[in-house]
Design a protein around this ligand. Structure first.
Ligand code: M6R
Length: 613
């Protein structure tokens, strides 16, 4: 999705904006631009493609000035083009706007402004905003700020905005409605950004703007107001992210770095949720044991990878708590007629906390008077602010577009939550809970074991990456693992991949299997019949000459005899095996993508956080 950066301070804004935009690249974009105040009015440069194109435009035609605003655009209204890139300007060239979100009534506004003589250069919804501000000033608004507020009162939809006026030195305005935007406070410098990592090395504190608020940034400080112009006191939060967290730390990509961070992330999440006596403790859960005893149903909603975590959460919660649990995709839940009562706990899962469909579903659940618990990675995100209770995944900034460490942290969060709820409901004995905690504690080392064998996985990816398609199979807790492995492969290697419940294979996808089809089978050992069933499914693939790549428990000869290639993982309890198995599939996708030469951290057409539906 689009990224916004703004700067007010003593420095030349141009390099500061470019650096901030570089750190927002992971969000996905297809054009970029900046605008700054210069002694001669506003100056701006825009370009299509990557930031290097913008840098070339700036090298060919230098620009300096302060303050400034910058933008990376992910096209929605109008193709990626220089004209459609932001900043957009009013008819006089004295008001520049960068925007993330969608102005839903832009056509009506554009028609009305057009009838008053305004002409538009672009196909975007955004361009109406500087023209609306211009119109308000022309109609007598006493100052820029009032004109901005009056313009925003007419806009419907979602926005995060940065606004620069040629006639108002040293000032950047920011506004938020439904799209993420933060204000960063440094030493005599002030910033706006779509997220903290973009500006983390410059700031000490953050203000998380709320919907319907405008921030005025000047060298003297930041004032936040509502659309009526009333000042709003805002808490300043210390920055919780270390600047190095937004660096690649010697890895060739952020994704590879984040894959390798998983043992540390999970160990730390585990430690922060275990008591001295190794009992699960979720300090901020906000619901009493009585609440969980009376609870009847849980509804989990999310999108993409977070939806696979939700599926795992459902299986585990059903297994350990005896509750009825349902899942849905955010984009489906919000448009069906869900029958959820107030005694249902609604659980939203999201890395970013800004996914439009997940947020809309959460709001729907709130309208139905449900309590909302969110599993989320980003402090201060919209999801967090609108939930009754939060289970943070504490994975640190995830910059690679393809989610890895946030996913395994979501799985672990569900594991901790399930044990907590199972205990609260009396479904889990002390001994069983202790055994589960012990099994969980083995996960970080097991992931480490997989990471140490990355070269073997790379060799397998090199051998199989060039086919048109791949099938991923798993059962029960590892059915979501198969879906997630296939999604990772699609996202970053662009090889078509399908994830299936292995038992469902003979109801259709078995027709795809021939001697060219790689079939990735998750068949790590379990103590019960699921393993035997999975082996039967692998035999069905073998009988049709599919190319079996098996994920198996170290030393499993049965699977070794069936598979063309095998990836071993250490023995781990079935319930928690998805946390380990998926890491092998992340690496398999990673090396396939590398062999296919894709842009792994910024795969085509994808955005890191999908803030429009
Ligand atoms: O920020 P969220 O977890 O809400 O994002 C949901 C999906 O957009 C996200 O998981 C997406 O599927 C990723 N690209 C997966 O790698």
């Amino acid at each position: 999705m689009c990224g916004i950066v703004g700067y007010v301070g003593e420095r030349d804004a141009v390099p500061v904006l470019l650096e901030g935009l570089r750190r927002l690249e992971y969000r996905g974009y297809d054009s970029a631009g900046i605008a700054v105040q210069t002694p001669d009015g506003l100056g701006w440069r825009k370009s299509v493609g990557r930031l290097t194109e913008l840098e070339q435009a700036l090298a060919a035609n230098e620009l300096h000035g302060r303050p400034g605003i910058g933008h990376t655009r992910w096209a929605t209204h109008g193709e990626p083009s220089t004209t459609n890139s932001h900043p957009h300007l009013d008819g006089t060239g004295r008001i520049a706007v960068v925007h993330n979100g969608i102005i839903e009534n832009y056509q009506a506004l554009r028609d009305a402004l057009g009838a008053c003589g305004h002409t538009f250069q672009s196909d975007t919804d955004t361009e109406v905003l500087p023209h609306l501000i211009e119109a308000e000033l022309a109609q007598g608004a006493p100052d820029s700020e009032t004109a901005l507020r009056q313009a925003l009162q007419q806009a419907r939809g979602a926005y995060a905005l940065g606004v620069l006026f040629a006639d108002q030195p040293d000032t950047v305005y920011a506004a938020r409605l439904g799209s993420p935007l933060i204000v960063g406070i440094g030493d005599g410098e002030y910033f706006i950004a779509s997220d903290v990592p973009a500006i983390v090395k410059h700031i000490r504190e953050v203000i998380y703007l709320n919907d319907g608020e405008i921030a005025v940034l000047t060298p003297d400080g930041v004032t936040v107001k509502n659309l009526e112009g009333e000042v709003i006191e805002h808490k300043r939060h210390p920055v919780a992210i270390a600047p190095e967290a937004a660096e690649r730390a010697g890895f060739e990509t952020f994704m590879l770095k984040e894959i390798h961070e998983q043992p540390r992330v999970l160990r730390s999440l585990l430690e922060s949720h275990l008591t001295d006596t190794d009992r699960v403790h979720i300090p901020d859960i906000g619901f009493s044991d009585d609440y969980f005893q009376l609870l009847r149903r849980i509804m989990i909603v999310s999108c993409g990878t977070a939806y696979h975590a939700a599926m795992y959460g459902k299986f585990l919660l059903e297994h350990l708590t005896g509750l009825a649990v349902e899942t849905d995709l955010g984009s489906e839940f919000r448009y069906r007629s869900p029958r959820i009562e107030r005694d249902t706990l609604f659980v939203a899962v999201s890395q970013s906390g800004e996914t439009a469909d997940t947020l809309a579903s959460l709001r729907l659940a709130r309208e139905m008077k449900c309590k909302v618990c969110s599993i989320c990675n980003v402090v201060g995100s919209s999801l967090v602010r609108e939930s009754d209770s939060i289970l943070y995944t504490e994975a640190g900034p995830e910059i690679g577009v393809a989610s890895t460490k946030a996913y395994t942290a979501q799985l672990l969060a569900f594991a901790l939550f399930s044990i907590h709820v199972g205990r609260a409901r009396g479904e889990l004995s002390d001994a069983r809970a202790a055994a589960l905690v012990k099994a969980l504690a083995a996960v970080p080392d097991a992931i480490h074991y997989v990471l140490e064998r990355a070269d073997r996985i790379r060799a397998i990816a090199d051998k199989h990456h060039d086919g048109p398609s791949a099938l991923y199979l798993g059962r029960r807790f590892n059915y979501p693992t198969a879906l997630e492995g296939a999604l990772k492969n699609k996202e970053i290697s662009y090889q078509h991949a399908e994830g299936y419940a292995a038992g469902e294979m003979k109801h259709g996808p078995i027709a795809l299997i021939n001697e060219y089809m790689p079939v990735i089978c998750v068949c790590t050992q379990t103590d019960d019949e699921v393993y035997d069933k999975m082996i039967s499914n692998v035999r069905e693939v073998e009988a049709r000459h599919g190319r079996i790549i098996a994920l198996a428990t170290d030393g499993d000869r049965q699977v070794a005899d069936l598979a063309e290639d095998i990836i071993y993982v250490p023995p781990i309890s079935e319930e928690f095996s998805p946390l380990v198995n998926v890491v092998a599939l992340q690496l398999l996708a990673y090396y396939a993508a590398q062999a296919r030469g894709t842009d792994i951290d910024k795969p085509r057409n994808l955005a890191k956080s999908v803030t429009v539906e």
